[in-house]
Design a protein around this ligand. Structure first.
Ligand code: ADP
Ligand code: MG
Length: 391
């Protein structure tokens, strides 16, 4: 039975309403034409009698017939029952060669002169992007659970082992040390998850201020000093004075520190890591600052270079775990760079080394306007630690 949603079409319209309807008619067509949602009206014979541009772009018609059985069955159901039908369908193939699309479909039966609907209006929304985001979120939750499960499982086993070895102090000490190790892995993972969630938060640049790039670089090198010492890798940095960017200093330092940590983790002992910052111009001649971290490490194969910025992606999971990696570092770096209206890029040669560069918009400070912004270049800075030396 057709559900009548508006006035009974059988009764003649009031004169004022009729006048309004005649001026609204073209207006309604204009609105339908301009809608982002696809609109298709099919008649009782299942022929499309109205198709707006958005629906045409979805490529769902074969001449004037609905090309997909799933879509046709929604239209038929609305025609037969006279009820609204809502569903989400996947269009598996795409004749225009695009990604498969997911459509949220609402079928609204149109009033007829008899008991049956005269046709159906199909409202179509492309929900492919929402679908993709849902899948990304599901994957992320699955990955987090998996990453947490490993150390938590290890902790449980180690606690049992300690119980069993209660009479052997040497074993107890060994297991306790491993508990400590797993505990700190867990703390690191949770810490990085929190940092990732912070940099994905609503405020892209909390407490943004003008920041001296030199202090960002110095802070990052300082934070990685211990790791460099332990790996016998020398880290040097060179940064001109008066190079300024706008943003959150702690986050920018954390981004650079992540790159330096990686440079140390994925290089052999006795190699060198160099951090440099320089003023430059981008493709559109806008002033930028490039902060680069160069290592002489294992390098990254070309096929991996995009994927390493994904959360939890590691080229060699075993090596990453051995160095205490969580697979989140570069995802954090990428988020911080984009939040600061910049980007991160990588150059690499397998077996020779890599250079990661964070490019940020450069700010010309009033205070430093009397001085050149990227000259004179300071010599490489020596950090007072044996393994962190001047270049
Ligand atoms: N400087 C580098 N040299 C070689 N490989 C690197 C370097 N930096 C990152 N990678 C690769 O990218 C992966 C992702 O890096 P990241 O997100 O920091 O996670 P991880 O915690 O594993 O270090 C690493 O596991 C490693 O395979
Ligand atoms: Mg890392």
């Amino acid at each position: 039975m057709l559900r009548r949603r508006r006035e009974d079409p059988g009764s003649p319209p009031a004169p004022a309403a009729a006048a309004a309807a005649s001026t609204q008619q073209p207006l309604a067509s204009l609105v339908v034409e301009a809608l982002d949602h696809g609109v298709v009206v099919v008649d009782r014979d299942e022929r499309a009698v109205l198709v707006n541009p958005a629906a045409r772009a979805m490529d769902i018609l074969d001449v004037d017939k609905l090309a997909f059985p799933a879509l046709l069955s929604i239209a038929r159901k609305a025609l037969d029952t006279g009820e609204h039908v809502t569903d989400t369908i996947d269009l598996p193939i795409d004749r225009l060669g695009r990604e498969p699309i997911a459509l949220a479909v609402t079928a609204v039966p149109l009033p007829g002169t008899d008991e049956r609907a005269s046709g159906v209006c199909l409202l179509l929304a492309d929900v492919s992007e929402q679908r993709r985001l849902e899948a990304v979120r599901r994957d992320f939750v699955a990955n987090v659970s998996h990453e947490l499960k490993t150390p938590v499982g290890a902790l449980t086993l180690l606690a049992e082992a300690i119980q069993d070895a209660a009479d052997e102090p040497a074993m107890v000490a060994r297991f306790a040390a491993r508990i400590q190790h797993e505990g700190s892995r867990l703390a690191r993972l949770v810490g990085e998850l929190m940092e990732l969630s912070r940099v994905q938060g609503a405020d892209p640049m909390p407490g943004a201020a003008e920041v001296d790039v030199r202090s960002i670089v110095a802070e990052a090198v300082e934070r990685t000093r211990l790791a460099a010492e332990q790996a016998s890798i020398s880290v040097s940095y060179a940064c001109p004075r008066n190079l300024r960017v706008r943003g959150n200093e702690a986050q920018l330092a954390s981004a650079v520190a992540n790159l330096v940590e990686n440079a140390i983790a994925y290089s052999g002992s006795g190699t060198r890591v160099a951090v440099t910052a320089a003023g430059a111009s981008d493709d559109e001649s806008r002033p930028v600052v490039d902060i680069s971290v160069t290592d002489q490490g294992i390098g990254i194969a070309e096929a991996e270079r995009d994927r390493i910025f994904e959360r939890f992606y590691r080229v060699d999971p075993a090596r990453s775990r051995a160095t205490g990696g969580t697979g989140l570092g570069l995802a954090i770096v990428k988020n911080i760079a984009t939040n600061h209206l910049g980007a991160v890029s990588v150059w690499s040669a397998v077996g020779s080394g890599s250079t990661f560069t964070i490019r940020l918009p450069r700010v010309h400070s009033d205070r430093s306007s009397s001085e050149p912004t990227d000259e004179p270049s300071e010599p490489a800075v020596s950090v007072p630690a044996t393994s962190v030396e001047e270049e």
